[in-house]
Design a binder for this molecule. Structure first.
Ligand SMILES: NC(=O)c1ccc[n+]([C@@H]2O[C@H](COP(=O)([O-])OP(=O)(O)OC[C@H]3O[C@@H](n4cnc5c(N)ncnc54)[C@H](O)[C@@H]3O)[C@@H](O)[C@H]2O)c1
Length: 303
């Protein structure tokens, strides 16, 4: 674990999952951590649990969609510590398991309300965090920002149009922040996780599909744990990564490097043909094109 002693770091999205694990690991590494979230009670509970540690965590309630709320979080932390060295933002929404009319679905099905909410939290929220932390990092003469995207940013999919688009936007934001403030020794990187075993990662996919679909698409046997994310965030915050900026750092057990054909083949051998007990579809008989010698399903007849 890198040494983060003396560093003042804000973790937003710290009520659950990857953000919570990160806040705890950074405090164990010696950092002065403020754990912030819309869920003020959960971060207060986290802070209470660490009250007798060498570096107890401070809790703060913040709404990343509200510029005043974000501004006052960073102003308060900086006022207390004379600047800020690091920010990790994991806050996000994914309307995946909600009632039908409130779900992030395909483009024809997603409501403008869900689209706007997703963009407000995931993309505008990250932008406001960068905007209001950078001045306090400039005061320090250095800083490291770690945002959180998803491998959903790299691929098209049949649903979650708003989430995937917002996560793709975060990769662009990362490069712009890194380019704009690199000369002040402020770095900005974004972690793009695949499936992590967090509370929401667990509930966003039904139990059977979870292992069948994700397991087939991964190269490594296990899904990531929130602590895997925390270790990568700690590295990106530390001096060990001082020459890394503007990067989307993929942490997905190889999912985004796995070929679709390889994943299908793996699913067939590991789980049988179809996930969730569904029957395999009937084979598609491709009709011959006019003048095509390769007619019918018998290759012997093609010659
Ligand atoms: N879990 C996965 O499998 C997975 C996969 C890829 C990417 N991610 C991304 O990793 C990050 C962490 O995921 P997770 O599953 O640990 O957490 P999560 O997505 O369940 O929770 C994120 C946190 O954001 C907070 N939040 C929501 N709206 C907010 C607001 N307006 N202001 C402040 N905080 C707000 C929530 O209260 C919650 O504590 C997220 O950005 C997520 O999109 C997760």
């Amino acid at each position: 674990m890198p040494n983060l002693e003396g560093k003042t770091i804000v973790v937003i999205g710290a009520a659950v999952g990857a953000g919570r694990a990160t806040a705890k690991l950074l405090a164990d590494a010696g950092a002065d951590v403020t754990a912030a979230d819309l869920d003020g009670k959960a971060v207060t509970d986290l802070a209470t649990q660490t009250s007798d540690q060498a570096m107890p965590i401070t809790a703060w309630e913040v709404d990343v969609t509200d510029e005043n709320s974000v501004r006052s979080l960073f102003a308060s932390v900086s006022g207390h510590h004379g600047g800020i060295d690091g920010l990790v933002n994991t806050s996000a929404v994914l309307r995946a398991e909600t009632a039908d009319d409130d779900r992030d679905r395909d483009l024809l099905g997603v409501s403008t309300r869900v689209w706007d909410l997703t963009m407000a939290v995931n993309l505008k929220g990250a932008m406001l965090c960068c905007k209001h932390v950078v001045p306090h990092m400039k005061d320090r003469g250095r800083g490291s920002i770690v945002l959180t995207s998803s491998i959903a940013a790299f691929f098209g999919n049949k649903d979650h149009a708003a989430y995937g688009t917002s996560k793709a936007g975060l990769i662009g934001l990362t490069k712009y922040v890194a380019a704009m403030f690199g000369e002040h020794n402020i770095r900005c990187n974004v972690i793009t996780p695949g499936q992590m075993m967090t509370e929401s990662g667990y509930t966003n996919v039904s139990a059977l599909d979870r292992e069948q679909i994700y397991g087939a698409g991964r190269m490594l046997p296990e899904a990531a744990s929130p602590v895997d994310f925390a270790h990568l965030a700690a590295f990106l915050l530390s001096e060990d990564s001082r020459y890394i900026t503007g990067q989307a750092v993929v942490m997905d057990g190889g999912t985004s490097s796995m070929s679709a054909l390889g994943a299908i083949a793996k699913a067939r051998t590991r789980f049988g043909f179809a996930p969730s007990g569904a029957q395999p579809p009937a084979p598609v008989i491709v009709p011959p094109r006019p003048g095509d010698a390769m007619t019918g399903q018998d290759p012997a007849a093609w010659r």
